[in-house]
Design a protein around this ligand. Structure first.
Ligand code: COA
Length: 641
């Protein structure tokens, strides 16, 4: 397929890209006072970014033991200690694998990234919906009519194209963390990108802007129809707002009756969808439609209204964002393989879902923040105008009986998933990240320890907890894990639950737990985390045809990687929240956006687990946050931790 490249190939090519694609939006952006394109600055630091290091073996093993101690009985811990010692002994398995890993790292820009892409994403066979693809709930828009819906959608498209222009001209300001530049590569994997299903492993493709056949269209979904809609003219100049509006109106008027929900195929188990896709793709009409979707800059879903009560509006939109709300709602009005899908509803609910393979939340949030700021600042210029672009074209699909059966099964599965997923949105209004800062504490560590306390209060123990840590200070870096349950957090939780602990002692233990969390965070973001290193040692053993070492068969490894609590901080300039599903059947998925004066949380759980309840967790989390504030206010802040 022309223009389709593997990830590394395209990345290298983009980074060397000498030419600037000429597009018309820079004028608009400049006149609106937004980020001015500064060609080339996006990769100013790229070449000087360090390569992801491999931590010393003994350091990882030592820290691994520290991380499993609060989760194990004394007996199990002693057994694990022996397994770890054996793995790490001089000239043992661990050392041999470590040497092989170091050898691999010398040959690659990033020893982990291709492995991670395969293991964490492309080889993952469960449906991407809820299990992999996060949703983002944007603030409610003032939409009261179909015309409002189309106007906002037009502004939104315009905003995304403005951001795309910054990417295409390498003009985005370099992201930073703690004053250090981050790898910007993920931005190329966000727009004009798509996951392709395979019978055993998926693929990821994207289409660069500096090719003669660079995509100039988006896909608009309405009532399960998919239309290819040009959003730029032949020269690559984006259409005006009123032209975009006309294009969208065309789609709306041409798709009044619901279509067969072919998009539901993308919600199926990956092996199932992979097989169906392979067969359907042999038909030229289908192949053309698939190709149009793959190449599209993004997917815009003009959703239909569905009943919801005002009381739980955010939770309703979160469901729309995660899985489209169910087969009777908008689940068929999606194409879950597409990297970016925005939706705009007639009731003002807006947001997106993204396919996670190519990028983490922060680049997606940059896109959303930019687009919302653009959409809210651009003038309402919807004067009638002729459209200098082809009219939208409906994508047709020739579906065989087997595909129709798969759609029926997918319908049932998505509805059963919908019924199983419990989702609670908690806007915690009592304070925001300014409070921990006033206490000289890291807000992220503060929230993590509050989550620990909440779990402990409900279950009387600590559980394996995952927090995403960015590895983007390294070339092509993705994430490592911060194991948030620590000896120190466990001690704090225990003290909080024991009657008779003085507030000053509670405060002291809380600060210690924060310190311990911050220390782990620093290790993880500096390439000294333990999870990706251990994964590397396991994968290199497999690659070399060796038996998987005992360390990975030990209960401690299984238990400490069974993340009952999977968390991520995804901060944004807008008052939004990201949400995702739990990663284990008896777990919680918790995402948060710490704002200055309030904290947005999304908590998920599965109803089929009798042990979990997201409503209860969110309620208890709110109580924990208040309790911690009381404790801290009764003891004066000490030095900055
Ligand atoms: N006293 C006062 N202020 C403090 C402080 C202290 N002791 N410690 C930190 N702060 C301030 C920081 O300066 C920062 O200020 P800002 O709001 O002006 O930027 C703010 O508090 C936030 O810092 P902190 O809460 O410590 O978190 P962080 O921003 O360093 O984030 C991680 C920590 C782990 C979330 C981050 O390193 C990371 O890796 N993020 C990416 C995660 C990711 O990829 N998620 C998506 C997965 S899909």
């Amino acid at each position: 397929m022309s223009g389709m490249l593997g990830i590394t190939g395209v990345t290298r090519m983009m980074m060397q890209m000498p030419k600037v694609v000429k597009m018309g939006l820079s004028k608009t952006a400049a006149s609106l006072g937004r980020v001015k394109p500064q060609h080339g600055r996006m990769f100013l630091h790229q070449k000087s970014l360090a390569r992801l290091p491999i931590p010393p073996l003994q350091q990882t093993l030592y820290r691994y033991l520290l991380s499993v101690e609060p989760l194990l009985s004394k007996e199990d811990f002693e057994t694990t200690k022996k397994v770890v010692e054996d793995f790490g002994k001089p000239n043992g398995v661990g050392q041999r694998l470590q040497m092989a890993l170091v050898k691999r790292a010398k040959k690659l820009d990033n020893w982990l990234s291709q492995w991670w892409l395969s293991v964490a994403y492309l080889e993952f066979r469960s449906p991407v919906v809820v299990n992999v693809s996060p949703g983002i709930v944007c603030p409610r828009e003032n939409i009261n009519s179909e015309s409002d819906q189309l106007k906002f959608a037009s502004k939104f498209i315009s905003g995304v194209l403005d951001f795309k222009h910054l990417i295409d001209t390498n003009s985005l300001p370099v992201d930073q963390m703690g004053g250090q530049p981050l790898c910007m590569d993920q931005y190329y994997k966000v727009l004009a990108a798509c996951r392709i299903p395979g019978p055993r492993k998926d693929d990821l493709v994207f289409y660069p802007p500096n090719k003669p056949d660079a995509p100039k269209h988006i896909i608009v979904a309405h009532k399960n129809h998919f239309y290819t809609v040009d959003v730029m003219d032949k020269e690559g100049v984006p259409l005006t707002l009123s032209q975009l509006y006309s294009q969208l109106k065309f789609v709306l008027e041409a798709s009044t009756q619901p279509e067969i929900p072919v998009g539901l195929l993308t919600t199926a188990h990956r092996n199932t969808w992979g097989k169906v896709y392979k067969r359907l793709n042999k038909d030229p009409t289908n192949a053309k439609s698939f190709d149009n979707i793959k190449r599209a800059i993004f997917l815009l879903c003009l959703d239909s209204s569905s009943s919801q009560t005002e009381q739980n509006f955010s939770a309703h939109v979160a469901r729309q964002a995660l899985y489209g709300g169910g087969s009777g709602s908008n689940s068929g009005n999606r194409w879950y393989d597409k990297t970016i899908q925005f939706f705009v509803s007639p009731n003002g609910g807006t947001g997106l879902t993204y396919e996670h393979s190519g990028a983490e939340g922060p680049p997606i949030i940059s896109l959303v923040d930019h687009t919302l700021a653009y959409a809210h600042s651009i003038a309402d210029d919807f004067n009638a105008m002729t459209v200098d672009a082809p009219a939208p074209k409906k994508l047709n699909f020739n579906l065989d009986l087997d595909a129709l059966d798969t759609i029926e099964e997918a319908k049932q599965e998505i509805d059963s998933l919908a019924g199983d997923l419990q989702l609670t949105i908690l806007p915690f209004k009592h304070y925001g990240k300014d409070f921990p800062k006033s206490q000289k504490l890291s807000p992220d560590a503060f929230i993590q320890i509050a989550i620990q306390l909440t779990y402990y209060k409900i279950y009387g123990r600590s559980a394996a907890t995952y927090e995403s840590a960015s590895l983007r200070k390294y070339q092509y870096g993705r994430t490592d894990t911060i194991r948030s349950a620590s000896i120190a957090s466990n001690a704090f939780c225990k003290a909080m639950e024991e009657s008779g602990t003085k507030p000053s002692e509670k405060a002291m233990l809380f600060r210690k737990a924060i310190l311990s969390h911050k220390e782990y965070t620093n290790l993880a973001i500096n390439g000294d985390g333990i999870d990706r290193h251990l994964l590397g040692l396991k994968l290199i053993a497999i690659e070399q045809g060796e038996n998987v070492p005992d360390l990975f068969m030990d209960t401690a490894y299984t238990q400490s990687s069974h993340f009952n609590v999977s968390t991520s901080q995804v901060p944004a300039k807008h008052d939004l929240v990201m949400c995702f599903g739990p990663v284990v059947p008896d777990g919680y998925g918790i995402c948060y956006n710490p704002r200055q004066n309030h904290l947005n949380f999304a908590v998920s759980a599965f109803n089929t687990s009798p042990e979990t309840d997201s409503d209860v967790f969110a309620k208890r989390l709110s109580e924990s946050l208040l309790e911690i504030r009381d404790v801290l206010e009764s003891a004066p802040p000490t030095a900055k931790l």
